[in-house]
Design a protein around this ligand. Structure first.
Ligand SMILES: [Zn+2]
Length: 310
């Protein structure tokens, strides 16, 4: 295990669901129903996706869902964003990343971002892989929103972890189909030199083809990180109307390699759903479920390896 000093314990986390807990496979999800926006009418299904996804997987996989955690405070958003920008969004004076000023949607932002943060805290404290069923982070810049992203939960989480734990380097592996321009904008604006950020474009050759050797080399850049944030977007899929790079099998290999890398290098990791725009949404949920299968396979392999070593 990495030599990470844990200085904060969140005793408020309470186990509320453990359908397959008898399997004793540690698949922990930090999810609260308040992450979902009612009446989402945007082109992006992201605001209602967490519930659909959790409802689909909770009875099929050995997951443990933690829901009893606190939303972020307004001051947490100030860590990564211009406070004036944060206030205008949360007070409904400016359109959010979904292009509306809905107070109900603004309320969900406290929870989507907190889901990622608490999932990350849990992963660090327990040195494991966790899931935050969240989306809508990486296009949010220091003082503007774009493309269904309002606040950058990746950066907010990285800053909070850096401040609360003795971390030296945090990796953001962003394999959503799209460039995390907001993430780079905030890293540059705030001079966050402890964050290493790479995206899916680095995985493709000049013909937009996936290269396994490139993926393996890219992951090695993260080997000295204390912690990894992984955007496992479904929109790189070849059939996605806003993506279109990778086959279903290539996405599976992507997930397998990231989870295996995290385990082999003993670096805790939190993944999230990020983008996916195929219709009907079941096609997107199928791809996210494939990521859960790779996560389960990685956990099962690791458990088997540990047993053999005993
Ligand atoms: Zn995307």
């Amino acid at each position: 295990m990495k030599n990470v000093t844990i200085v904060k314990q969140d005793s408020s986390m309470k186990l509320i669901s453990g359908f397959f807990s008898c399997y004793n496979i540690p698949m922990h999800i930090l999810y609260n129903e308040r992450q979902n926006a009612p009446h989402n009418e945007s082109f992006s299904p992201s605001a209602g996706k967490p519930k659909l996804f959790i409802d689909r997987i909770k009875a099929k996989y050995p997951v443990t869902i933690h829901s009893d955690w606190q939303p972020l405070e307004r001051s947490d958003f100030y860590l990564a964003h211009d406070p004036a920008y944060v206030d205008t969004i949360l007070d409904g004076q400016k359109a959010n990343g979904f292009g509306n000023t809905s107070p109900a949607l603004a309320q969900t932002l406290y929870y989507t971002n907190a889901s990622f943060y608490h999932a990350s805290s849990y992963a660090l404290q327990h040195q494991c892989i966790t899931l935050s069923p969240s989306s809508g982070f990486h296009h949010a810049s220091y003082s503007s929103c774009f493309g269904y992203c309002t606040f950058n939960g990746l950066i907010i989480t990285a800053i909070k972890l850096y401040q609360e734990y003795s971390l030296k380097k945090i990796g953001i592996i962003d394999f959503d189909a799209h460039y995390g321009n907001g993430t780079d904008n905030i890293i540059e604006h705030l001079g966050l030199n402890y964050i290493h950020h790479q995206g899916i474009k680095q995985l493709l050759d000049q013909h937009q083809k996936f290269q396994l050797s490139t993926l393996e080399k890219l992951l090695l850049q993260f080997k000295d990180c204390d912690y990894l944030l992984y955007q496992a977007g479904a929109d790189p899929h070849i059939d996605d109307p806003l993506g279109g790079y990778l086959s279903t099998e290539e996405l599976r290999i992507r997930d397998e390699k990231v989870f295996t890398f995290s385990q082999e290098h003993h670096i805790p990791l939190t993944w999230n759903l990020a983008g996916g725009y195929q219709q009907p949404i079941e096609k997107v949920l199928d791809l996210h479920e494939n990521t859960v299968k790779e996560w389960l396979r990685a956990e099962s392999n690791q458990k088997g390896n540990k047993k053999r070593q005993q």
